[in-house]
Design a protein around this ligand. Structure first.
Ligand code: NDP
Length: 393
C-alpha cells in the first residue's frame, strides 16, 4: 500500500465553493493532432468542480482509500517544518501542480527514500530536479496536452488585453470614471500587427491558429520548422533565430520550455533589439525573461506592455517587482488551471495512478523520466541542465 503526498493550492478565501457559475464543462475527447484526452477507468468527481485546491483533492481520495492507500493533501510546501517536508521521507508518490509547485530538489529527493513516482498534475516538470530523479530511479510524469489549449486562450486574452489597454480601461469604470481619453491614449487594434511566437509546439501553434482570424501577420521561430502545409495555411513566416523575429514584431509571445538555452533569453540586450513599444506575453516560464530587465524595458517605454502568468518563485512574494511595474497585465499562475483544464488533468492523474498500481505501462506521452533516464515525451522536450534544477524557496 502506498502513501501519496499531494500538494495543492489553497481553497478560495471564501471557502470551498458550494455552487458554480456554470453547470457543466464541455467534454474534450481528443486534442489537436489526435492524442486522446485522459482515459481513466473511472472518475469520482464532477467535471467543472474545483479539483486543484486542497479540498478538491484532485478527486482522488475515494479511489486511493478504496485501494488501501494513504492520501495526504496539503498546501504547506516551503521550509523544513512544512507539512510537505515532514511527510516526504516515507512517501511513495508525490503529486504537485506547476501553479503551486512542490519543488522536488536534489536535497529533498535524497531524503525521500521511498519516493518512486512524481506526478505533475498539469504540464511542466521543471520543479523536479530531473537529474536527481534519474539518479534515484524515480519515475516523473505529467499530463501532456491537458491544459495546452487553456494556456493558448490565456495568451490570446493577454495580447488583446495589452494592445487594447483593457485593464486600465476597466479600472476607470470601477473607479466611477468615464475617462475615454485616458483609456484610449494607449489603445490600438491588433489587426495588421506583426505577431510572433518563440516556439510553435502545442501551445505556440494553438496561439497562432487562434490569432489567424484577427488578420495579423504571423511569425514563428523554433528549433524545427513546421510542415510546409501548416506554414501556408496560416501564412507563417519562419525565422531561424529569435533575434530575426523579434526585430520585426509588434507582439511577441513566448511558448518555449525553460532550459539552459532559453534561461534569461529576454535580457537587456535582446529587449533592446525589439521594436520600441512592442508587447511581450510570457506564459511559458518566468526565468526565460530577466526579471529586472523587463521592469527596465517597461519603465523606459521600450516595451509597451508585458503580461503572463508565470513567476519565479511561485508563489511570488508580495514585493515582487512584476506586481507593480507599469503597463503589465500579470495574473497568478492560472492559465492552465481553469475548471475545464482541472477536469482533464485530474482525470490524467487518475489514469497514471491506475496504470502504476496495476503495473500497466504509463502512456509514453505522459513520461518524462523513467528507468533512470529521460523517457517518452521527456526525452524529446527536456534536457537535464541547470535551468531544470528546481530551487526551493
Ligand atoms: P511543446 O513541447 O509542445 O513545444 C515546445 C516547443 O519549443 C517545441 O517545438 C520545441 O522544439 C521548442 N523549443 C525548445 N527550445 C527552443 C528554443 N530555444 N527556441 C525556440 N523553440 C524552442 O510544449 P508546449 O507548447 O506544451 O508548452 C510550452 C511551454 O509552456 C512548456 O515548456 C511549459 O514551460 C509552458 N507551460 C505553461 C503552462 C502554464 O500554465 N502557464 C502550462 C503548460 C505549459 P523541439 O521540438 O525541437 O524541442
Amino acid at each position: 500500500m502506498a502513501k501519496i503526498l499531494c500538494v495543492l493550492y489553497d481553497d478560495p478565501v471564501t471557502g470551498y465553493p458550494q455552487s458554480y457559475a456554470r453547470d457543466d464543462v464541455p467534454k474534450v475527447d481528443r486534442y489537436p493532432g489526435g492524442q486522446t484526452a485522459p482515459t481513466p477507468k473511472q472518475i469520482d468527481f464532477q467535471p467543472g468542480a474545483l479539483l486543484g485546491s486542497v479540498s478538491g483533492e484532485l478527486g482522488l481520495r475515494k479511489f486511493l482509500e478504496a485501494g488501501g492507500h494513504q492520501l495526504v493533501v496539503t498546501s504547506d510546501k516551503e521550509g523544513a517544518n512544512s507539512v510537505f517536508d515532514r511527510e516526504l521521507p516515507d512517501t511513495d508518490i508525490v503529486i504537485s501542480q506547476p501553479f503551486w509547485p512542490a519543488y522536488l530538489t536534489a536535497e529533498r529527493i535524497a531524503k525521500a527514500k521511498k519516493l518512486k513516482l512524481a506526478i505533475t498534475a498539469g504540464i511542466g516538470s521543471d520543479h523536479v530536479d530531473l537529474q536527481a530523479a534519474i539518479k534515484h530511479g524515480i519515475t516523473v510524469t505529467e499530463v501532456t496536452y491537458s491544459n495546452s489549449i487553456s494556456v493558448s486562450e490565456h495568451v490570446v486574452m493577454m495580447i488583446l488585453g495589452l494592445v487594447r489597454n483593457y485593464i486600465p480601461s476597466y479600472q476607470w469604470v470601477v473607479k466611477g470614471g468615464w475617462n475615454i481619453a485616458d483609456c484610449v491614449a494607449r489603445s490600438y487594434d491588433l489587426e495588421a500587427m506583426e505577431v510572433g511566437t518563440v516556439a510553435a509546439g502545442r501551445i505556440g501553434l494553438a496561439v497562432l491558429r487562434r490569432l489567424k482570424p484577427f488578420d495579423v501577420k504571423l511569425h514563428y521561430t523554433d528549433r524545427h520548422r513546421l510542415p510546409e502545409a501548416i506554414e501556408q495555411e496560416l501564412g507563417l513566416k519562419y525565422h531561424a533565430t529569435v533575434e530575426s523575429m523579434i526585430k520585426v514584431c509588434d507582439v511577441v509571445t513566448i511558448n518555449a520550455p525553460l532550459h539552459p538555452e532559453t534561461e534569461h533569453l529576454f535580457n537587456d540586450q535582446l529587449l533592446a533589439k525589439m521594436k520600441r513599444g512592442a508587447y511581450l506575453v510570457n506564459t511559458a516560464r518566468a526565468k526565460i525573461c530577466d526579471r529586472d530587465a523587463i521592469v527596465r524595458a517597461l519603465e523606459s517605454g521600450q516595451l509597451a506592455g508585458y503580461a503572463g502568468d508565470v513567476w519565479f518563485p511561485q508563489p511570488a512574494p508580495a514585493d515582487h517587482p512584476w506586481r507593480t511595474m507599469p503597463h503589465h497585465g500579470m495574473t497568478p499562475h492560472i492559465s492552465g488551471s481553469s475548471l475545464s483544464a482541472q477536469a482533464r488533468y485530474a482525470a490524467g492523474t487518475r489514469e497514471i495512478l491506475e496504470c502504476w498500481f496495476e503495473g500497466r505501462p504509463i502512456r509514453d506521452e505522459y513520461l518524462i523520466v523513467d528507468g533512470g533516464k529521460l523517457a517518452g515525451v521527456g526525452a524529446h522536450s527536456y534536457s537535464v541542465g541547470k535551468a531544470e534544477k528546481a530551487t526551493a524557496v
